[in-house]
Design a protein around this ligand. Structure first.
Ligand code: NAD
Ligand code: UDP
Length: 339
């Protein structure tokens, strides 16, 4: 298929490009580089030995979208382009609604104009909010506790209404749990621009000597060691879920949410121990209070993705930490000044 990948230069998008090309799909990227660098696509081209058409532009720019649609004529769109920092979304709610909701609206209008009927959407487990039960299945009530989560849920609802109104359209809503890890080549990985918000890139920067210690946010949760537990998913497994979703979209109509996780969950202490095993380095930690908005535990029931899309995560926790460490050690400054 011809697949337009918005946000394709980002962390998850770049890994997905490689998996798409490995399965024979043709890809085109639209990215505004607000959280990425063109160096990523250079590396994707080298690794795949393939062609990546790319456009620089914003998903909220209707003219740019028409230009891309006309030039590339996609059969489907994978929509990664968006903002993802929970804390920032509270400070800049209108920006988050603009990029994540109005950006998706703008893309749907452009798809309608071009007659493109299939979209795979980057949603998030954060749409569920405080667990009524665990593991979350897709029928769990949605009640996001952050502006970021609200924007993902609003986009999901818009996509669902779009498919209801137009027979022949498909929206696959992938609710990611906690993506971590890096490509086995060590050439692609997560490269946060500022101080990392997320646990894994922070631990990696401590291990490589860029930061002194990990701050553990709370040791008084109702979990075995008192620290928060999450369902971490290797980014390559996540990338492959998008290929499975495309195949699913070929012969399904309507909107359907899928949890994309492993079904296992690990605490902050588990992650530190696993990273110490992978890196052979000690990760100093210091304790702080709970981070606002955090919950004790999150875990996916990912059986729907397996039953209906034939997708299942295969990477282990040690694969996640080892690949993160290999990426961080080979690219201590991320994509900048490493070659
Ligand atoms: P990322 O920031 O690495 O990638 C997003 C890409 O989109 C970047 O390349 C950025 O430059 C681009 N972009 C942002 N705004 C744009 C705009 N207006 N127009 C065009 N391009 C734009 O993030 P990621 O981790 O790869 O996440 C991809 C998607 O998955 C996001 O929508 C995010 O909300 C969602 N998601 C991520 C996580 C996570 O923990 N990483 C979890 C759940 C959902
Ligand atoms: N966490 C932590 N220190 C950090 C970053 C995160 O202790 O510097 C904890 C956080 O409280 C949560 C877990 O690690 O229990 C995963 O947090 P992350 O931000 O990676 O993911 P999310 O909160 O989105 O699930």
């Amino acid at each position: 298929m011809r697949v337009l990948v918005t946000g394709g230069a980002g962390y998850i998008g770049s890994h997905t490009l490689l998996e798409l090309m490995a399965q024979g799909h043709e890809v085109c990227v639209l990215d505004n580089y607000s959280n990425a660098t063109p160096e990523v696509l250079t590396r994707v081209r080298t690794l795949s030995n393939g062609q990546v058409t790319d456009f620089t532009g914003d998903v909220r720019d209707a003219n740019k979208l028409d230009e891309v649609m006309q030039a590339f004529q996609p059969d489907a769109v994978i929509h990664f382009a968006g903002l993802k920092a929970v804390g920032e979304s509270t400070e800049k709610p209108l920006l988050y609604y603009d990029v994540n909701v109005a950006g998706t609206l703008s893309l749907l209008h452009a798809m309608d104009r071009a007659g493109c009927k299939k979209i795979i959407f980057s949603s998030s487990a954060t749409v569920y909010g405080d667990p009524v039960y665990l593991p979350y299945d897709e029928a769990h009530p949605t009640n996001p506790t952050s502006v970021y989560g609200q924007t993902k849920l609003a986009a999901e609802k818009m996509l669902t209404a779009w498919t209801s109104a137009q027979p022949g359209t498909t929206a696959v809503l992938l609710r990611y749990f906690n993506p971590v890890g890096a490509h086995a080549s060590t050439r692609l990985g997560e490269d946060p621009k500022d101080v990392p918000n997320n646990l894994m890139p922070f631990i990696a920067q401590v291990a490589v000597g860029k930061r002194e210690a990990l701050t553990v946010f709370g040791e008084d949760y109702d979990t075995p060691d008192g620290t928060g537990k999450r369902d971490y998913i290797h980014v390559v497994d996540l990338a492959r879920a998008h290929v499975a979703a495309l195949n699913y979209a070929v012969d399904h109509e309507g909107a359907r949410p899928f949890n994309i996780g492993t079904g296992d969950s690990y605490s902050v202490r588990d992650m530190v121990a696993a990273f110490e095993r992978a890196s052979g380095r000690t990760i100093p930690t210091k304790l702080a209070g709970r981070r606002a908005g955090d919950i004790a535990e999150m875990q996916a029931n990912a059986s729907r993705a397996q039953t209906e899309m034939g997708w299942k995560a295969t990477h282990t926790l040690d694969d996640m930490t080892a690949s993160t460490w290999a990426w961080q050690a080979a690219n201590p400054n991320g994509y900048i000044n490493t070659d």
